[in-house]
Write a protein that binds this ligand. Structure first.
Ligand code: PNS
Length: 161
């Protein structure tokens, strides 16, 4: 039986912290689905298809293993995506206590809804302060986002200005 896990997120945009967690998770599971999910609580900067494209290219550029599938899930519950692909585990990166507080209710709801367990994974400490919202802010104010995101994302944000 193959072990399948899902790394969901807004990925608006994907950061080096996300890529770090994706790489670690891909090592632990036979198949890893990185799923760009619509978060009803957030207004997105980048369209879903652009986020999928940037993640796909960033994963390829980073030389990550080929057991990673990138997909989008525009509407509907995350647990329905998990059922569709046969995943029993969701993996989320945890940078600090605020992330634990934010992620815990979602993890419990996903377990109540469909028995999906959530595993929290720590990123490399050097990435622990990086967030998509900070990257969006730095990009909007014409700062240099290259230390925080894959090259392909920095190039996209620079040309989109
Ligand atoms: O990167 P984010 O925005 O913190 O990711 C949150 C996300 C998109 C994974 C979460 O909002 C989500 O799962 N949305 C899909 C709707 C859903 O399943 N809601 C119920 C469980 S939280």
């Amino acid at each position: 039986m193959s072990r399948i896990a899902v790394v969901p997120g807004s990925f608006d945009p994907v950061t080096l912290g996300h890529i770090d967690v994706i790489a670690r998770a891909a090592d632990l599971y036979d198949e890893l689905h990185v799923v760009v999910v619509h978060n009803p609580g957030k207004t997105a900067l980048l369209p879903l298809d652009v986020r999928v494209e940037l993640i796909t290219k960033a994963i390829a550029n980073a030389g990550l293993p080929n057991n990673i599938v990138v997909a989008s899930w525009g509407e509907g519950l995350l647990v329905d995506y998990c059922s569709k692909v046969g995943a029993k585990v969701v993996i989320k990166g945890i940078r600090n206590q605020a992330d634990v507080t934010y992620e815990t209710p979602m993890a419990l709801v996903n377990r109540n809804l469909a028995g999906i367990e959530t595993m929290f994974m720590l990123p490399e400490p050097g990435h622990a302060y990086v967030s998509s919202s900070l990257v969006r802010q730095v990009a909007a104010l014409k700062g240099d986002v290259r230390p925080y995101v894959p090259h392909i994302v920095a190039d996209y944000l620079n040309t989109a200005r």
